[in-house]
Design a protein around this ligand. Structure first.
Ligand SMILES: [Cu+2]
Length: 156
């Protein structure tokens, strides 16, 4: 051990300065607000953090709902409506929030098993071929966003 410690001390500053893998894009703060009615879709929210390069989010999949779509809320002539979106830019080092009143996921037929577990895994498809698996916390109908930092389940 005596011989190794000084080497580690030397290696640490090098590790900090070197660029190994470029920073990956990642997703956190994912949550789903359950619809009070089984016939209407639930909504999903998250924050995408850009990595070293620009990518696009091309879609979201899950085994725990019948269908998922990305939507954007828009205000036209004072009326709020929403439309499906097929792709969202996640700029390098940028941050894109899917949040109530803006971009969101719509999830039809959320699985009862996921509801009883209180979370569901979502797969985010990126234009660079990466697939990000993220656990979304399932909140009761009408609930507010979970406190930031409550989700320690993010995976790259
Ligand atoms: Cu929608």
């Amino acid at each position: 051990m005596r011989a190794i410690l000084p080497l580690l001390a030397l290696a640490a500053p090098l590790a900090l300065g070197a660029c190994g893998d470029p920073a990956p894009t990642y997703i956190d703060q994912a949550w789903v607000r359950l619809s009070p009615n089984k016939d209407t879709p639930s909504a999903g929210y998250f924050v995408a953090h850009g990595g070293a390069s620009d990518v696009q989010l091309r879609g979201v999949l899950t085994d725990y709902a019948l269908k998922v779509e990305m939507h954007e809320s828009v205000s036209e002539n004072g009326m709020m409506s929403m439309k499906p979106i097929s792709s969202v830019d996640i700029p390098a080092k940028g941050k894109v929030a899917f949040a109530p009143g803006g971009k969101h996921l719509m999830l039809w037929g959320v699985n009862d098993t996921a509801i009883s577990r209180g979370k569901m895994q979502l797969t985010f498809l990126l234009s660079n071929g990466d697939r990000l698996l993220v656990d979304a916390v399932i909140q009761k109908p009408g609930a507010a966003a979970p406190a930031a930092g409550a989700d320690a389940h993010r995976q790259h």
